[in-house]
Design a protein. Structure first.
Length: 95
């Protein structure tokens, strides 16, 4: 938990090992962005020493996530619990 300008910010974090044979390539990044936009929370993906806004296709592709690598999702916002559940379901079923 962080404190910013007098308010508490809670972050949800989750790690996932990429199982998709081709990793997170263009088509998968576009599908992921569509899923992310269902939520009000800000969602970030960390991998390969970089961090990307999960609602930005180009930033996701710049992470260059391959099969077998680990990605960390970081979520913050009013619906972060629902967003985390949705992201887990999406990643486990598609990536």
């Amino acid at each position: 938990m962080m404190i910013q300008a007098g308010r508490k910010i809670r972050l949800k974090k989750w790690q996932y090992r990429i199982r998709a044979e081709w990793g997170v390539h263009a088509r998968e990044a576009v599908k992921l962005v569509r899923e992310v936009k269902k939520y009000k929370s800000r969602i970030f993906v960390k991998g390969n020493g970089k961090c990307a806004e999960a609602s930005d296709v180009m930033e996701l592709m710049e992470l260059d996530l391959k099969c077998g690598q680990t990605a960390e999702l970081i979520l913050e916002g009013e619906d972060e619990e629902a967003a985390l559940a949705g992201m887990k379901e999406y990643w486990e079923g598609n990536l």
